[in-house]
Write a protein that binds this ligand. Structure first.
Ligand code: GDP
Ligand code: MG
Length: 439
């Protein structure tokens, strides 16, 4: 996928102490291909690549301590910018109720998202009203009612014989009368955009004067999602987009193009069918997710606040030269413990989600105590040169630490993995500081 391809490009760059203009051109050629393959709009790709190139080729970057990291940082920032820069918040009327109108093609996720949004608002101590404005699709009203019951949010319906325009009008009045502060109007979709649908949506818009018109698009449809957004926007003046089905096998094209093509910010991301699978969209988080960096940036910030930079530099040097020993491992564990629960930290590291999936990489805080016991049972020579730990030594270490040989084996294997991983990521942590510039 996109993340894997970008990681390949960047690991090549990271490995280099010096980066030439040719290296940047080559990397950007690969970034361009990766984005196109992820179904990002070609014009968006062109602009993106030329911006990144322009910023990367400067002398300041080339001469920096870790040029690869600086370029990743540039790509990260530009990706974030592409998706709107910062989080676009949901509008709030100063004359409640705030009216939110949902729009989109059939099957995009309007009804489900309406329910999820109601739940989010309810969590924020609001009193939403769901409005059953799809009178055409069989069981559409029922679907919304079931969602409403599930989260205990009232659902306004006048059945399927009253026009959606009238339903919407009366629903807003109902909210006013009952002191409900958000009105979420679910509407009908079609398989394709057509005149009749647009006309009805425009009329609902006229009678309710919504604060938000959220277009719900299926991220799995890539470029099509962007085209749909573009045509809706030309007729309805959208205020935001909700990207659904981001949990699926999406290539990222919709998320990366929609803002640039339509000018409409993505306000929410839906990541599953469950009622709580909706979250405010954060461009910066999405960018680091696409880069496969987890919350690397926040981890770096945390680390900078907690980790002794001199020690970190020394560790980094050791990792680079593959001199990392079990003594360093123990010390590293002490440092890591200062950052918080190990599971959370691992979640923030790139590539670690995959590593966590590996059966023999058990990580919890209790486990860390056993790990420490094992390392403490090693001799000086064993800690410094893990290669010498043969079977007999493993048996002795297991007995000494009150564990068993399987656990010792697992730790040594884990240590080897870690060494490998560290080599791969060396240069990312510590050393050059944020942005990787010489200091
Ligand atoms: P509507 O026609 O636009 O109202 O779409 P629905 O809300 O009825 O959703 C259509 C289908 O997509 C349903 O089966 C939903 O469960 C599913 N769906 C909606 N959002 C998501 C999502 O974020 N992830 C996944 N995996 N499925 C979703
Ligand atoms: Mg629906």
């Amino acid at each position: 996928g996109l993340t894997g391809r970008l990681q390949n490009v960047f690991s090549k760059l990271r490995g280099k102490g010096k980066v030439s203009e040719d290296d940047v051109n080559e990397a950007m050629r690969e970034v361009r291909l990766a984005l196109l393959e992820a179904d990002v709009n070609f014009k968006v790709v062109k602009d993106f690549v030329s911006k990144v190139k322009e910023k990367s080729i400067g002398k300041e970057v080339m001469d920096s301590f870790t040029p690869g990291m600086v370029i990743i940082d540039i790509v990260n920032k530009e990706l974030t910018e592409l998706m709107g820069g910062s989080q676009a918040k949901l509008a709030k009327s100063n004359k409640p109720p705030t009216v939110i109108m949902m729009a989109g093609l059939q099957g995009a996720g309007k009804t489900t998202t309406s329910g999820k949004l109601a739940k989010l608002l309810q969590k924020g101590n609001h009193r939403p009203l769901l409005v059953a404005g799809d009178i055409y699709r069989p069981a559409a009203i029922k679907q919304l009612q079931i969602l409403g019951e599930q989260i205990k949010v009232p659902v306004f319906t006048l059945g399927d014989q009253t026009s959606p325009v009238e339903i919407a009008r009366q629903a807003v009045q109902h909210a006013k009368d009952n002191n409900l502060d958000y009105v979420i109007i679910d509407t009908a979709g079609r398989l394709h955009i057509d005149e009749e649908l647009m006309e009805e949506l425009k009329q609902i818009h006229t009678v309710t004067n919504p604060d938000e018109v959220l277009l719900v698009v299926d991220a799995m449809t890539g470029q099509d999602a962007v085209n749909v957004a573009d045509s809706f926007n030309k007729q309805l003046e959208l205020t935001g987009v909700v990207l659904t089905k981001l949990d699926g096998d999406t290539r990222g094209g919709a998320a990366l193009s929609v803002k640039a093509v339509t000018g409409c910010p993505i306000k929410f991301a839906a990541l599953g069918e469950k009622i709580d699978a909706l979250e405010p969209f954060h461009p910066e988080r999405m960018a680091s997710r696409i880069l496969g960096m987890g919350d690397m940036l926040s981890l770096i910030e945390k680390a900078q606040a907690n980790i002794d930079t001199e020690k970190a530099k020394e560790m980094e040097r050791k990792m680079r030269n593959a001199e990392f020993t079990f003594d360093d491992f123990l010390e590293q564990m002490d440092q890591v413990k200062k950052l918080g629960p190990i599971d959370q930290i691992l979640d923030m590291l790139p590539g670690m989600n995959k590593a966590k999936g590996m059966k023999d990489l058990k990580v919890d805080d209790k486990q860390m105590g056993r790990v420490e016991a094992i390392v403490h049972s090693m001799t000086k020579a064993e800690k410094a040169q893990p290669e010498i730990i043969n079977h007999n030594r493993r048996k002795r270490i297991a007995a000494g630490s009150g564990t068993n040989v399987a656990e010792v084996n697992r730790l040594i294997k884990q240590f080897d993995e870690m060494r490998k991983m560290m080599k791969q990521f060396s240069g990312m942590m510590g050393g050059g500081g944020k942005g990787g510039k010489k200091n």
